[in-house]
Design a protein around this ligand. Sequence first.
Ligand code: FES
Ligand code: FES
Length: 156
Amino acid sequence: MRVTTTVNGTERTADDVWPGESLLHLLRERLGLPGAKNACEQGECGSCTVYLDGEPVCACLVAAGQAIGRKVTTVEGLAAGQALHPVQEAFVEAGAVQCGFCTPGLVVAAHDLLARVPEPSDPEIREALAGNLCRCTGYEKILDAVRLAARRQAAR
Ligand code: FES
Ligand code: FES
């Protein structure tokens, strides 16, 4: 099967995609975008979160064929060239990145939250990130990162 989809603003095509192949596999193994991480492949950890037509999805649960003719944005696509997105910067500055395996999914989830709720309360942050698991940080630094990103956005 041929899959043509727009990824981070550029039309991309892959051939010989098998029917059961996930969007995550397509992105990582065929299109050279390793940002979204493959941790559980069961929709449990959120490490593979990307936008599909503006909605966050677990790319491991989406068939690659479902992305045909649609728009995918990965964590790589949030940056402007070499300049990190403010949410990405905040994760680095707040010390919210340890092994980094959860970080791409959390960044996309936080980016989505702040687009919908520019000044979220702590319960709103916790709820928005509830589907993203982190084994390393204890989550407090991640909350700090989202609070910092929200303050930066509000100050603009
Ligand atoms: S790898 Fe997709 S949710 Fe864990
Ligand atoms: S930083 Fe290691 S899983 Fe979150």
